[in-house]
Design a binder for this molecule. Structure first.
Ligand code: ADP
Ligand code: MG
Length: 302
């Protein structure tokens, strides 16, 4: 197990930022930590990286207790903080060499060169960090998180503030890194976790509201609800529609057009068609809408 979080609670004064959170991250997994602003994502990540202590509970990284083995754990983890605090006056190379020095790495020059290559900083490597675009600063942040070759990468909103092209580049880089490392990344963007994560935890108000494989988070919610838009040649009675098996809610959108909600994973279009036949109605069109992860997210965190 790469990360084990056991019953972690964090209080900031009277405010509970995390309420008795437990989860595990398997080795090699790209793990998404999804939640709206203020949910507690950064707080959880600061605890896992040892920057702040939990009020209660414990965290193990690669089986090592964070409190007892804080130095070893720091070596195992690479961390890209949310507001990537870079030294703007330093040159890219100088800064990475400085970070390599903190980790007391051998062969610093080579490692810095490798990181520059790895994160695609080549063209910008002679600049001061303050002269770089946000996308390139983020690459410097990733390079500093990777330089000591950690097993576990903790990335706090790694694509926030980037333009769409930069987002794609950084996501590709993360996907590439995910082949060899355990990655935990936070985001408030649903598409991001869909694009790159194997598993997702959705957190809201300091509590876990979902924890599953990315594909299951989808299908589980589809099971719970599907929506079909139907156009009949004339209006049925709403009570008759509600009598169709699994139909949970119906709404008339316009004359002859109905929004039918059902709680089943079975496609209910066939049942609607048979209903129409039995009532002597014609179905002019029928569209089934599957819920997106975005809908699920909004539903779980509203
Ligand atoms: P997220 O990263 O999901 O946006 P955070 O972990 O930053 O959420 O914050 C969770 C909650 O804790 C928020 O309500 C935030 O205002 C509060 N919080 C975060 N850091 C501090 C702090 N140092 N002191 C007081 N409250 C804090
Ligand atoms: Mg945050």
């Amino acid at each position: 197990m790469a990360i084990e979080v056991k019953n972690v609670t964090k209080l900031y004064g009277a405010q509970k930022a995390l309420n008795n959170i437990s989860f595990e991250v398997n080795s090699g997994e790209v793990f998404g930590f999804l939640g709206p602003n203020g949910a507690g994502k950064s707080t959880m990540m600061k605890i896992i990286t040892g920057y702040i202590p939990p009020t209660e509970g414990e965290v193990l990284v690669e089986g090592l207790d964070l409190v007892e083995h804080s130095m070893e754990v720091k070596k195992l983890i690479g961390y890209l903080p949310e507001h990537n605090p870079l030294y703007l006056d330093m040159y890219v190379k100088e800064y990475l060499d400085f970070v390599a020095g903190i980790y007391k790495l051998d062969n610093r020059k080579q490692k810095v060169a490798d990181m520059i290559e790895r994160t695609g900083l080549g063209v910008e490597q002679k600049k001061r960090i303050g002269e770089l675009s946000k996308g390139y600063r983020q690459r410097v942040g990733l390079a500093q998180a990777l330089i000591h070759d950690p097993k576990v990468l903790i990335l706090d909103e790694p694509t926030s503030g980037l333009d769409p092209n930069q987002i794609v580049e950084i996501r590709n880089l993360i996907t590439e890194l995910g082949k060899e490392k355990t990655i935990m990344l936070s985001t408030h963007i649903m598409q991001e976790v869909e694009a790159i994560c194997d598993r997702i935890i959705i957190i809201n108000n300091g509590e876990i509201v979902a924890n599953d494989k990315t594909e299951n988070i989808h299908s589980k919610e589809k099971v719970e609800k599907q929506v079909v838009l139907v156009e009949f040649n004339s209006d049925p009675a709403s009570n008759d529609l509600l009598a169709i098996e699994f139909v949970s809610n119906v709404k008339k959108a316009k004359d002859n057009i109905w929004v039918i909600e059902a709680s089943t994973d079975k496609d209910i279009r066939e049942a609607i068609f048979q209903f129409a036949v039995a009532k002597g109605l014609s179905v002019l069109s029928m569209q089934r809408k599957e819920k997106s992860l975005e809908d699920v997210f909004q539903e779980l965190t509203k």
